[in-house]
Design a protein around this ligand. Structure first.
Ligand code: BJ8
Length: 425
């Protein structure tokens, strides 16, 4: 941190000792995992800075926005449309949920066999260590998997201003109509929160801002198809994680600058690993910051990750919103169309996800797929079996793993992943 932010954290009600401990672990892990990598693009220095200030400067910026009358909205899912939040004059931040915290306290409220992501969101609240959560004027939950929708009933007693969005489980005319009516309801709630109406001008501007951010991260993704890979999977995942809480315009510029650098690297055939390194696509549950366990194991075992079929990755960021509408209604329809394509495993049936995985394998020239399932995540673990079968039938080697945020299984995972990489050579 470049400044002392303790007064700010105290004002937010954080537990300073617990928070110091969290930042210590986070800083140490970042040092060991990211800064020890070789041949990193220069542009990653921006993300190193963002990470060093993740609870400092960025929080100060958000609090300055609040002082100027802007509202902050926190979310746990890529179904919460940033376009509507921005158009109503508020700022959206993702609430990360990528590390275990205060687990004994969490298990007094949630069953032990709840996925690590949900437990983490409770742990950050109960442990009083997340300045994003404490800065938020509204927290948006969503009825996606059973775990989340029931957990929000309990979370509603812990946080002020929880808003729960209903979501369809089936892609049908009725499903689309539900999504549309829920986005209209959300727009009304956002207007009530900020006191500002969503206008055709503000919505168009917001769509363009979010499209630019998604286009930049997609540009970075596409560059990963080069061999040698110009950027590690770890660094690309980090950019996808920062996507959720950085200032959108600054993030877009920074990612585009990295892409300019990567294009030069590709022209010079310069990569992070030698050409011919086995290439892996990761598919499955979101890897929220600071969950770097899988890519660290893979990329210290002789392979490179070339894509993430994940909500912290291409499932969340692909597809732009058509910005050509002239009225608020037309643009709201375009937003519904864009989000309706998100192929989360909570949908049944969900054939688009398998198609997207196969498409990504071809685009990024992956030699194999690791299906990443969080323990107790029924939607993704259930889908992992038919996905493995379908990919293997197409001669795409696939490894299904089931894990959590603890480090207990690292040795065992490394052994399995090394054997899988051997098979790809
Ligand atoms: S659109 S993937 S961000 S819901 S890992 S909590 S599914 S039991 S996170 Fe998600 Fe939105 Fe879907 Fe994406 Fe449940 Fe599974 Fe836990 Fe999960």
């Amino acid at each position: 941190m470049t400044e002392d932010y303790r007064e700010m954290w105290t004002h937010l009600g954080l537990d300073l000792d617990a928070h110091d401990a969290l930042l210590g672990v986070l800083g140490g892990a970042y040092q060991d995992i990211f800064l020890s990598q070789k041949n990193r693009p220069e542009g990653m220095k921006y993300f190193d800075f963002v990470m060093s200030e993740v609870h400092g400067l960025r929080i100060k910026e958000l609090l300055d926005e609040k002082k100027a009358g802007r509202k902050i909205v926190g979310s746990y899912c890529v179904f919460v449309p940033e376009e509507i939040v921005l158009a109503a004059g508020a700022t959206l931040v993702g609430l990360c949920s990528g590390a275990d915290f205060a687990t004994p306290e969490v298990e007094k409220l949630l069953p032990r066999n709840t996925c690590a992501l949900i437990k983490s969101s409770f742990g950050f609240k109960l442990g009083k260590v997340c300045p994003y959560l404490e800065s938020a004027d509204m927290i948006v939950g969503e009825n996606t998997c059973d775990g989340k929708k029931k957990a929000y009933e309990s979370l509603g007693h812990l946080v002020k201003n929880l808003y729960v969005m209903d979501l369809p489980q089936v892609k049908s005319d009725q499903g689309r109509a539900l999504l549309k009516s829920e986005y209209q309801r959300f727009r009304t709630a956002m207007e009530a929160l900020t006191g500002a109406a969503v206008t055709s001008e503000s919505l168009k501007q917001a769509i363009q801002t979010v499209n630019a951010k998604r286009a930049a991260i997609h540009r970075l993704s596409i560059l990963r198809k080069a061999d040698p890979a110009p950027i590690s999977g770890l660094d690309a995942l980090l950019a996808n994680q920062v996507f959720f809480y950085d200032n959108p315009a600054r993030f877009t510029d920074s990612v585009n600058q990295i892409c300019d650098e990567l294009e030069k690297r590709i022209a010079e055939k310069k990569g992070v690993f030698p050409a011919g390194t086995p290439r892996i696509l990761v598919s499955g549950c979101p890897q929220a910051v600071p969950n770097w366990k899988l890519p660290f194991i893979v990329e210290t075992s002789g392979a490179v990750i070339v894509g993430e079929e994940s909500c912290v990755g291409e499932r969340g960021a692909r597809n732009l919103t058509d910005a050509s509408g002239e009225t608020v209604d037309e643009m709201m329809d375009a937003i519904v169309d864009r989000y309706y394509q998100v192929d989360c495993a909570i949908f049944t049936p969900n054939p688009q996800r398998l198609e997207h995985i196969q498409e990504m394998v071809a685009t990024y020239r992956a030699d194999g797929v690791i299906h990443y399932g969080l323990q107790f995540c029924q939607p993704y673990l259930m889908e992992s079996f038919p996905i493995e079968k379908a990919l293997e039938e197409k001669k795409i080697p696939t490894l299904r793993i089931e894990t959590d945020y603890s480090m207990e299984d690292v040795g065992q995972l490394k052994t399995r992943i090394e054997a899988f990489i051997e098979q790809l050579r």
